[in-house]
Design a binder for this molecule. Structure first.
Ligand SMILES: NC(=O)c1ccc[n+]([C@@H]2O[C@H](COP(=O)([O-])OP(=O)(O)OC[C@H]3O[C@@H](n4cnc5c(N)ncnc54)[C@H](O)[C@@H]3O)[C@@H](O)[C@H]2O)c1
Length: 371
């Protein structure tokens, strides 16, 4: 039997824990795994692109446990009343290859993405950051708001979405949380939301090289949390931001970020420019412009060196984030009463007699009942 967490069970687990605490515990779990980065098998995810979106498989293993997540990204789905991002995942035992847990990961993806964003911001944003612009107010946005309020000291959100109904929904949902120390302001444009913000989170969905932020909008000392650009040809920042002199760019897993992150724009716009970034990165010095989150979380490289530096967390979502989430869920599920199992794998008396497991030799149950 395999442990099973469906959407109803996931709701139950998050409700019992509280969303903010759930995200914070998840962030601690993810950080612990990033600190043992070298233990993991790492690869860029396998992506199957189509005109409307992408379907991706994201595997990793630490030699003891293996996980993968199935996830899609279809920005036009909401027009059909469907989610842009859905997901499920599996945690398995490397010693036997048997799956241990099958879990919903649509909610979990939003929770873990927010956890990783806030974790990065705790190391990269100025410690006195209180104001965050949140651009893109769709499915992921509440989770980002809660994580930054809980973990990164954000006390004022400045919201913008091209769809005013999405912003209204976010305002409504945040109101139900009754956070007396969180001020929320609706803005008429991305530029207005960004003005004066300490942190800027972009979490929009559009299958193109969009310009949600341009270099003129960026103020010294800002931390940018770019979440929505996560596929080839799907970005949110103008390339000039990436070329700014004083910018520190942190990615989850560099080979994947070069394909899918904001930094893909430097790759495609000229071999020489990409080469400069690679050369800078090779010695892994404090001056490197593109560095990996694991090096920041392990204390090998700083997330920020001064008050005026612009920092960018170029998030695309890495398999390790999901591995940690599945392991956290497995533990939480076992601790809380009401967990379920499903018969995903045959349970046989003789493992060499798979055929008998189909029960073809027995009288079918239906016939017996009506004979
Ligand atoms: N980095 C990661 O780990 C990670 C994880 C999950 C989702 N994502 C990405 O985050 C994005 C958002 O996901 P979601 O589930 O919230 O999608 P969603 O479709 O529910 O919400 C996206 C919102 O962006 C808004 N938007 C689109 N273009 C805009 C623009 N130019 N300015 C302002 N708002 C704009 C839309 O109106 C919509 O409300 C997607 O692109 C998704 O692929 C990344």
């Amino acid at each position: 039997m395999v442990d099973y967490i469906g959407t109803a069970r996931l709701q139950e687990l998050v409700q019992r824990k509280g969303c903010g605490r759930f995200i914070e515990e998840l962030a601690a779990e993810i950080e612990a795994d990033y600190r043992r980065w070298d233990d993991f098998e790492k690869s860029a995810r396998h992506a199957s692109h189509s005109s409307g979106g992408v379907i991706e498989l994201m595997p990793t293993s630490d030699g003891r446990l293996y996980s993968f997540k199935y996830v899609n990204g279809h920005p036009q789905n909401t027009a059909r009343n469907l989610l842009t991002v859905t997901a499920f995942g599996v945690l398995a035992d490397v010693a036997t290859g048997y799956p241990l847990l099958l879990s919903e990961m649509t909610f979990v993806t939003a929770l873990r993405t927010a956890a990783v964003s806030a974790l990065a911001a705790c190391r990269m944003a100025r410690p006195d950051s209180r104001v965050m612009a949140l651009i893109g107010n769709g499915a992921q946005s509440e989770f980002q708001a809660i994580a930054f309020h809980r973990m990164a000291g954000v006390r004022h959100l400045r919201l913008f979405d091209t769809d005013p109904l999405a912003t209204a929904k976010l305002v409504r949902n945040l109101a139900t949380l009754r956070l007396p120390d969180l001020k929320v302001t609706r803005c008429a444009s991305a530029a207005e939301a960004v003005r004066g913000a300490d942190i800027v989170t972009t979490v929009t969905a559009d299958k193109r090289n969009a310009t949600i932020l341009d270099a003129g909008m960026i103020e010294p000392g800002m931390h940018l949390n770019a979440v929505g650009g996560d596929c080839p040809g799907k970005t949110e920042l103008h390339a000039d931001i990436l070329r700014m002199k004083d910018i520190r760019i942190v990615v989850e897993f560099e080979p994947q970020a070069r394909i899918e992150g904001e930094i893909q724009q430097l790759e495609v716009q000229g071999l020489r420019e990409a080469q400069v970034l690679r050369e800078e990165q090779r010695p892994r010095e404090a001056s490197s412009r593109v560095i990996e989150l694991a090096d920041v979380l392990r204390g090998r490289l700083p997330g920020r060196v001064n008050e005026r530096e612009v920092t960018l967390f170029d998030s695309v979502g890495f398999a390790l984030n999901d591995f940690s989430s599945l392991r956290y869920l497995q533990r939480l599920n076992a601790e809380q009463p009401g967990g379920e199992q499903i018969d995903l794998i045959p349970d046989l008396e003789d493992p060499k007699d798979l055929f008998a497991g189909l029960g073809l030799g027995q009288v079918p149950v239906r016939r017996r009942r009506f004979a």
